[in-house]
Design a protein around this ligand. Structure first.
Ligand code: FES
Length: 85
């Protein structure tokens, strides 16, 4: 059984060494927030920490770049949708 972290209360499996963003893409999720003005979907774009398109809340800390946070067990990740259902 592969390790997993929680995204909006649901388990997301990951391979050790994967970032949160890579695990989300591997699970089939390509976007997890929308732009402020036009509501366009955003997820991984640059993948190297430059564009800030992949922001998530990680363990209660907002605006964390999913492409820069290593996935680990017990990580509590939430999307803007999950924070404002
Ligand atoms: S995908 Fe660009 S900062 Fe994460």
């Amino acid at each position: 059984m592969s390790p997993s972290f929680q995204l909006d209360g649901r388990p997301v499996p990951f391979v050790p060494g994967q970032t949160v963003g890579a695990a989300l893409v591997a699970s089939g999720r390509t976007s997890w927030r929308t732009t402020r003005h036009e509501g366009r979907p955003r997820g991984i774009f640059c993948g190297i920490g430059v564009c800030f398109d992949c922001l998530l809340t990680v363990d209660g800390v907002p605006d964390q770049r999913a492409c820069q946070v290593l996935a680990r067990e017990q990580l509590d990740v939430s999307t803007p949708e999950g924070e404002n259902p």
